[in-house]
Ligand binder design. Structure first.
Ligand SMILES: NC(=O)c1ccc[n+]([C@@H]2O[C@H](COP(=O)([O-])OP(=O)(O)OC[C@H]3O[C@@H](n4cnc5c(N)ncnc54)[C@H](OP(=O)(O)O)[C@@H]3O)[C@@H](O)[C@H]2O)c1
Length: 301
């Protein structure tokens, strides 16, 4: 290291600190990977910080003193939530309240994620941030409860509603489809629910952009375009599955999923676009990149 390098290294300001809750989940891991160069990141899984415990949240936040908390911890088992209402509310609504309260007390920014399922799916155009919520399922009500808790506790916050998230780090639709295809199982996928897939890496990047422009309040983010779960599955198989697979479409009421879901939940990204000056890329482009990165040569096995 020469003298100039030593001088600039000494002068470099200390990194900002970020605490990630739910850091072992699909999005939590992606956030860690996307932010760990720029921030000093404390990655807290449920063992380090169970968000249903006000004491553990206090210990994690006061102990680390983050500038930003990215709250990814959540109960996300949409169908199981129908029979585990108390747990879903405890993690999603009460847990978010605990984190939000500590963020307000310590004056740090709280970033967290909401769901398209807070809407009932009756809209005929993409949902905007201020559209009225009308959650249909227990999971959706618990996520709406999380939003209400956040607004009541009123820390400085950034709430990003998203949908149909996939990525390399956890259970998700892309892996589920390819696993079943690999086992030679016939696939039946619903064709009457319309939304848009979101690549976790793009969502993490969008989070970074919103933080950088000091955006606050509620935003929607997914990749661009719209599709059905059936078309999403077909695209995955067409681009990553080497052999023939039996894929057929089904109506929602033909499949035994206990939780009701919105028939249409495309999110408008206009507010995000205006705030950041950047448009999300299409879901097809993002998915192709993910498949290429995950499966060398684009083939899943
Ligand atoms: N995935 C999607 O399609 C989607 C769509 C819209 C919005 N979102 C939202 O995005 C956020 C991240 O979701 P995700 O897809 O990353 O979900 P995920 O993979 O299920 O991650 C959630 C993480 O939270 C942890 N957790 C559960 N209970 C906890 C508790 N009491 N205290 C601390 N951690 C706890 C889970 O640990 P265990 O696994 O050990 O339980 C898991 O690691 C959530 O707010 C979710 O609602 C997701």
């Amino acid at each position: 290291m020469d003298r100039l390098q030593r001088f600039t290294a000494k002068r470099r300001p200390p990194k900002k600190r970020m605490l990630v809750t739910g850091a072992k989940g699909l999005l939590g891991r992606e956030i860690f990977h996307s932010f760990c160069r720029e921030y000093e990141v404390s990655a807290a899984g449920v063992r380090e910080c169970d968000v249903t415990s006000p004491m553990e949240c206090r210990r994690a936040i006061l102990g680390f003193r983050p500038d930003v908390v990215v709250h990814c911890a959540a109960y996300t088992a949409v169908d199981k939530a129908e029979s585990e209402e108390e747990t879903a509310f405890s993690v999603n609504a009460f847990g978010t309240r605990n984190v939000a309260r500590l963020c307000r007390e310590t004056g740090c920014l709280m970033v967290t994620y909401g769901s398209d399922y807070v809407f009932d799916g009756k809209s005929t155009r993409p949902y905007e941030e201020e559209d009225e919520a009308h959650p249909l399922s227990v999971y959706a009500r618990s996520k709406w409860g999380a939003e209400q808790a956040l607004r009541e506790e009123d820390p400085e916050f950034l709430l990003i509603r998203s949908q149909w998230i996939y990525g390399p780090h956890g259970r998700n639709f892309v892996f589920a489809i390819l696993d079943r295809a690999r086992r030679g199982e016939p696939l039946r996928v619903v064709s009457d629910q319309t939304g848009c897939p979101t690549y976790a890496r793009d969502l993490a990047e969008a989070t970074k952009r919103l933080i950088d422009v000091r955006a606050r309040g509620t935003f929607h983010f997914s990749n661009e375009g719209e599709t059905t779960w059936f078309e999403f599955a077909r695209f995955i198989l067409d681009h990553a599955c080497p052999g023939p697979v039996s894929l057929s479409s089904a109506r929602t009421d033909e499949l035994p999923y206990p939780a009701p879901r919105p028939a249409y939940s495309v999110l408008s990204k206009e507010k995000y676009r205006k705030a950041t000056g950047v448009a999300p890329r299409s879901w097809e482009e993002a998915l192709l990149e993910f498949l290429k990165r995950t499966y060398e040569g684009g083939v899943a096995w």
